[in-house]
Write a new protein. Structure first.
Length: 482
């Protein structure tokens, strides 16, 4: 009996030390630590950047899924590679000849430059440059060249589903020659009460894809209730829109991912060329081959500078833009997301104090991504120390008090005004709620933080309404103590 009691005492002593260790480690993240009682796995760390002092930590070296916090790695890697003023170029090239009547004899090739924010507006500017050159028609095909990457193999269930059905815009497919973020856009406008609504394309005068309109105009006192999805068959994409829209209300835009971004570009550009009075006799085709080396530049348009791209990518957590930027980091032809992930991993592991990382995408849609809170802080510290890149990097983060994402407007006024952050959310295969960024203490000192919360198959659903106040309470205490 005495021997059993001795072992029990040793066990209880070890348990006491373990509990004390957890309590000490969780110091500074007392509220967040409560999620561990519900079965969630947590990695958290906050530190001052001038001294390196750790203000709070909870399993800081535990690798977990960061979800869209991954986009901070993409932003940092692209800034490190190109700088804030880099622009991606989209070109018209051809091996054909232009005669005295303005006829281009040969194919007109759009060479996709991997611009993640190429839109119909840029295509209009490109067409205008073609017209300035004197081109009035094309006796050949319009060829969409996605030789750099595309179609990119889907790595997540959401994107794989998008190949046959589009129910959202966040899982758009990827191509170096994509336009309008790889999504179709239609505008629903009310008509006469009792009659169908009016539906037009956002990007071209005449819709470039089939639209099935089952939207009814109801009385002005009614409510709007729209449902839309994109389906694909042997004839291509169809946008099916149903529901109701009240008379006299504002138009509602609908965005749904296309089944083939390069094909979408072909349809859109062919329509725009016709509207501009530059008919193409041979229709369009999509190619994975680079234009011949003897092809001559006809026109080019530069996209927005990288600093603007990152503002949109981070502020709106745009998956299409993030993954396109990550793919732009690769070299060679027909690259896929694992190739982009390896570039991000090389960048991450080169940072002082970072350590190993698993990054399978630049967006964080891939649930296999793994970094720790300590590693994320190493990234944030490295960017803070880069005087030429830090202003652009931090500008992409949201300040809760006035950020575009309303769900982050929680917590104390101190948290609202003193924190700059990026969030990450996944609901499948397990819940992920992640947040990282910078804060300013009451005395004006800079700090960084990362909180990664991962669920398991047995943990309950976790909302931001529950999570963010806990993070806010812990950070508020740190900010006000210093």
């Amino acid at each position: 009996m005495r021997r059993w009691l001795g072992r029990s005492s040793l066990f209880l002593g070890a348990l006491s030390l373990s509990v004390v260790s957890v309590v000490v480690q969780a110091a500074g993240f007392d509220h967040v630590a409560r999620l561990a009682d519900k079965g969630f796995v947590i990695s958290a760390q906050a530190r001052l950047l001038d001294s390196g002092e750790v203000l709070g930590a909870l399993n800081p070296s535990q690798p977990l899924s960061p979800a869209s916090v991954t986009k901070l790695y993409t932003a940092a890697a692209t800034l490190d590679r190109w700088g804030p003023q880099h622009r991606f170029t989209t070109r018209f090239v051809s091996t054909g000849t232009l005669d005295g009547n303005g006829v281009l004899h040969g194919d007109l090739v759009l060479e996709g430059g991997g611009d993640p924010a190429l839109t119909s507006e840029e295509l209009w500017r490109l067409i205008q440059k073609l017209r300035e050159l004197g081109v009035s028609s094309v006796d050949g095909q319009l060829v969409i060249s996605q030789w750099r990457f595309g179609p990119v193999t889907c790595e997540t269930s959401d994107r794989c589903k998008t190949q046959t059905e589009g129910t959202n815009a966040y899982a758009s497919l990827l191509s170096s020659a994509a336009v309008n973020y790889g999504s179709w856009c239609a505008t629903v406008m009310p008509g006469v009460v009792g009659q169908p609504a009016r539906i037009t394309s956002c990007d071209t005068v005449a819709p470039t894809l089939r639209i099935e309109n089952d939207v009814t105009t109801v009385a002005a006192s009614g409510s709007a209730d729209l449902y839309a999805k994109r389906v694909t068959d042997s004839q291509g994409d169809t946008l099916k829109i149903s529901g109701r829209i009240p008379a006299g209300t504002y138009p509602r835009p609908i965005y749904k991912a296309s089944s083939d971004p390069a094909d979408q570009t072909g349809q859109t550009l062919l329509s725009l060329l016709r509207q501009a009075g530059v008919p193409v006799s041979g229709g369009y085709a999509v190619s994975r081959q680079a234009p011949p080396s003897v092809a001559k530049d006809l026109a080019a348009v530069e996209g927005k500078p990288l600093q603007e791209l990152l503002l949109r990518t981070l502020n709106y957590s745009n998956n299409f833009m993030a993954d396109t930027l990550a793919l732009d980091l690769t070299s060679g032809t027909q690259q896929n997301l694992p190739d982009a992930g390896r570039e991000l991993e090389r960048f991450a592991t080169s940072l002082p104090g970072h350590g190993a990382a698993i990054l399978r995408s630049g967006s964080g849609l891939t649930p296999e991504n793994r970094v720790s809170a300590q590693s994320v802080n190493a990234l944030l510290n490295a960017m803070y120390g880069n005087a030429s890149l830090f202003p652009t990097f931090v500008a992409g983060m949201q300040v809760p008090a006035n950020g575009p994402m309303h769900f982050i407007r929680r917590g104390s006024q101190t948290f609202q005004d003193h924190v700059m952050l990026k969030t990450g959310t996944l609901n499948e295969p397990v819940t992920v709620r992640a947040v990282a960024g910078y804060f300013r203490t009451d005395s004006g000192r800079w700090g960084s933080f990362a909180v990664l919360v991962n669920g398991t198959a047995s943990t309950p659903y976790l909302s931001w309404r529950e999570t963010l106040p806990m993070v806010a309470d812990d950070l508020t205490a740190m900010i006000e103590r210093h």
